[in-house]
Write a protein that binds this ligand. Structure first.
Ligand code: ADP
Length: 218
């Protein structure tokens, strides 16, 4: 049985279908890129799949869900809040514990944020905020990673580093992606959506960027 499975899934908003009768399976160890133009249904599909396994999964949602007044360290630490008793979390909130900072730092180094560790989120650029949300998801240490366009605001050089960090730390990865080249490079399979229909489901190795052009035409 696949790790994640949808059978004839349909999602409607106000009577309009945004996912039409969609069936697909995702096996453990796959790296999936969901592609398609804005409004095609990528976020809706990503969230549907995430709901199937959220106890074992980490998510970078489109709005990131960061606490703007707290530091990068505190936001990343939140990935493991439920692994500790409340008193421990409160102590760590008031004065970051060395043990926890030492565990968060290697992940911040991976995503290039080590110099921002105690900076509040509100003072970071959009790309830095995205990298914080990715670091929080990596810190959670789950086997499945979901991300809704998790590197869309990260500059090109760093987007590769962040994609490598996501891939290396998770067995199974499901990302909606707007950058076709990145999607092909870091996925094992591409799932293409158009107007809520699944119109592509191919191993990435058999695709080149121009094969995806049809997904973006009206
Ligand atoms: P994508 O991620 O590919 O941009 P989405 O899954 O976000 O696509 O959206 C698919 C369609 O569903 C869009 O037309 C969008 O406007 C609509 N939609 C998404 N969320 C809602 C919602 N909460 N209420 C109404 N319509 C929505």
């Amino acid at each position: 049985m696949p790790l994640l499975e949808l059978k004839n899934a349909t999602v409607q908003y106000n009577g309009t279908a945004v996912l039409n009768n969609l069936s697909l399976g995702i096996e453990q160890g796959e790296k999936i890129a969901l592609v398609g133009q804005s409004g095609a249904g990528k976020s809706t599909l990503l969230n549907l799949l995430y709901q199937q396994c959220k106890e074992d999964a980490a998510l970078v949602p489109q709005d990131l869900g960061l606490v703007r007044s707290l530091s990068v360290f505190h936001n990343v630490y939140m990935g493991r809040l439920n692994k500790h008793p409340s008193w421990y979390n409160v102590v760590n909130l008031i004065k970051p514990l060395k043990k926890e900072v030492d565990q968060v730092l290697p992940i911040l180094i991976q995503v290039g944020l080590e110099e921002k560790v105690f900076e509040p989120i509100r003072e970071l650029s959009g790309g830095q905020q995205q990298r914080t949300a990715v670091a929080r998801a990596i810190f959670k240490d789950s086997s499945i990673f979901f991300g809704d366009e998790p590197v869309s605001a990260v500059d090109e050089h760093q987007s590769h580093t962040v994609m490598q960090a996501i891939s290396a730390s998770h067995q199974t990865v499901v990302l909606s992606m707007h950058d076709v080249e990145l999607a092909l490079k870091y996925s094992s399979r591409v799932i293409g959506l158009k107007d809520g229909d699944l119109v592509m489901n191919e191993p990435s190795g058999s695709l080149k960027a121009s094969d995806l052009d049809g997904l973006y035409k009206q």
